[in-house]
Design a protein. Sequence first.
Length: 499
Amino acid sequence: MAALRTLETLHFDNTFARLPDAFYAKVTPTPLKNPFLVSVNPDAAVLLDLDPEEAKRPEFAGSFGGQYLLPGSEPLAMVYAGHQFGAYVSRLGDGRAILLGEVRNSRGEKWDLHLKGAGLTPFSRDDDGRAVLRSCIREYLCSEAMYGLGIPTTRALCVVGSEEEVLRDQVETGATLLRLAPSHVRFGHFEFFYWRRQFDHIKTLADYVIAQYYPNVPDLARGPDPYARFYHEVAVRTARLIAKWQAVGFAHGVMNSDNMSVLGMTLDYGPFGFLDDYDPSFICNHSDRHGRYAFRNQPDIGYFNLRCLAQALTPLVPDEAIKGGLDAYETVCAKHYAELMQAKLGLSDSWSADDVGDERLLRDLLELMRGSCADYTNVFRSLCDFQQAPKAKNEGLRDLFVDRDAFEAWAARYKERLHAEGSKDEMRAARMRRVNPKYVLRNYLAHAAIQMATEQKDFSEIECLCRLLRDPFAEQPEMVRYAAPPPDWGKRLIVSCSS
Ligand code: AMP
Ligand code: MG
């Protein structure tokens, strides 16, 4: 591995800043008042070739609290548009985040340094350009938790707190989050130029994204129809991402097209939530009154957003190719979800889309869970210990359900299915424990860490959750209390877009 670098010697390679001026506004961060380090993620530092020890220097919190500009940084705010709650909003952009620049590491990877909460930009509309500590901690924890779960996501280097007062429903303190991603280009970037009829810019952006981020897709840049193939690839990546959200029980909360990454990664953590009780109509965003972004709607919303992107690409991509991309989205999303759920059930014989029996087995289990308000994560984790022996009662699992007779009837069918493929309890259990997490970032766990941080300036619970969620599939017996479903107070927590 190459020698680790200091803050001052990071290797910047700012490709986005080389695009025409129409793509961004050059701005500088507004310093936070008295910034201090809340948490740093050493794994993310290494992605930048940055020595994690650098976090001990006051310049670290200073740099990521907006006080100093790093040498090589060319800060800018990106402009984009997007469909928010189904309606087109013609000008959004990074209203409170500044792209400090792009760092290329010794492995050739390029990472955007995106500072959220960095102050006003031309795209702040009527807002203050700040983020509050509470929401920075939520994003910090969740992006790393998703990474631990193996789900494509932006990463997070650090959270910086401050004494800056920010008004939300009440007075809170401002903070910044340094987010990392190979790119922050969103569906909404293309929409912005489409609706302004700036078709040359659509092509410039598509060429840029293809050259920078899809160089390994066979022949994408060189072969015929690169834009059609690019659209197809985005559709497939989005399909796989959303299938993964559905399988793990993650609700994004604000699936506006401006929050959709062209790289198919989870982007912009706001009022997200993991399922506790299995409830397909779960709405995690208190501002989402009609449940547009309810858990079960996510695959359809992914399709809607891909249609928005398709429309923006019509100057470059023929209609049949758009239809092909949308069809691929539907097929891949359904197929990947089926594969993931098959693995969660521990079934290794292939499960084809027309395998009605397996689909029914899954559907009936989910229906039992819904009827019993059973905990989604815990049911699947308990299922790992399922015993196939005819007399085995599987009490631990059974007791998660209210209707025990119905569970027993289901368990008998499951046993039969396992038997049919010659499944061995121990081997299956080991396989299943690698796909059914024991720990997810439940809302009440994040809330407890946030309370300690905001009320007592005690950041130890953030560190504890980071350690825990780095390996959510491991048993971690001393941490078992973090696998518990929410206590009563933890079921009624309200999370909204206000952050
Ligand atoms: P979000 O809901 O975070 O995806 O943001 C939607 C749009 O509103 C984006 O253009 C954001 O940059 C902008 N925005 C959200 N919160 C703020 C804020 N506090 N100050 C300025 N702009 C904001
Ligand atoms: Mg956003």
